[in-house]
Design a protein around this ligand. Structure first.
Ligand SMILES: [Zn+2]
Length: 258
């Protein structure tokens, strides 16, 4: 049995981007640990009364996360204890309690405590672009890497680190098919670039043991089901996905969980 540890920013990210790999890991008898940095207090509300639910949105989303965890097979759920930083360029970004404002070393230290307890084989977090530029997703990327650096220095390296990403072609299709109304409501500062299709892996392997490339689904965006994420390993935790360039996708994300 191995341990899969995921670092997410908000409740719902675990289901949206990594639900498949979590369920698969669980079905194969592995331990699944989900760490969520915030309780999603600044999330956009579309399906509930804003005035009634806003003051307790963190609580509502914590309950939703608990339910999602039961379905996805989460063995342990933890929070890093920060506040949702909101979408890019919103006033919530400046809240001193926000994950975005958190000191990198301090946040990495909180995560490292959990990693030392769990000694994960495989760690999953966002690519450097935060999928669509959300400050908390980007922060999770850097905090996870900093925590892994701490563990490595202590002689406790994780076997592999994977990033979630959406292929650029899938993102472009999704944007094209987005209803006009949704397009208008969109925050103009959000960046929906996607990860280049031809470059889902990363160049400049610092640690070849993390080099295996992986796709968690068929890799083809299915627009009827919304866009799909790919999970790919970080060849170099220093260079990030923009430096990406490597060969064909292959392998299985769970192959390091033994
Ligand atoms: Zn999120």
């Amino acid at each position: 049995m191995g341990t899969l540890l995921l670092v997410h920013a908000h409740p719902d990210d675990e289901a949206i981007s990594t639900g498949g790999v979590m369920m698969k890991a669980k079905a194969h008898g592995h331990r699944v640990v989900n760490i969520t940095a915030t309780r999603g207090e600044a999330g956009e509300i579309y399906n509930m009364d804003e005035a009634a639910s806003r003051p307790r949105l963190g609580e509502i989303r914590t309950d939703e996360l608990k339910t999602a965890g039961e379905i996805l097979g989460v063995d342990r759920q933890e929070f890093l204890g920060y506040r949702d930083s909101g979408m890019v360029d919103t006033p919530d970004n400046k809240d001193p309690r926000s994950f975005h404002q958190a000191d990198l070393g301090e946040a990495a230290g909180r995560l490292a405590v959990l990693m030392r307890e769990e000694r994960p084989d495989v760690v999953v977090t966002y690519a450097e672009d935060g999928v669509y530029g959300h400050p908390d997703h980007i922060k999770a990327h850097f905090v996870t890497n900093a925590a892994l650096d701490m563990l490595e220095r202590e002689g406790l390296p994780a076997k592999k680190l994977y990033y979630t990403a959406i292929p650029r072609s899938g993102m472009e299709e999704f944007m094209k098919q987005m209803p006009e109304e949704a397009r208008r409501m969109q925050n103009p500062n959000m960046r929906f670039a996607g990860t280049p299709d031809e470059a889902p892996g990363l160049r400049g392997a610092r640690q070849p043991k993390r080099s295996e490339l992986v796709v968690c689904d068929d890799g083809k965006p299915d627009l009827r089901a919304g866009f799909r994420y790919r999970v790919f390993p970080a060849r170099s935790r220093q260079s990030g996905p923009r430096a990406a360039r490597t060969g064909p996708l292959r392998g299985d994300p769970l192959s390091s969980l033994s």
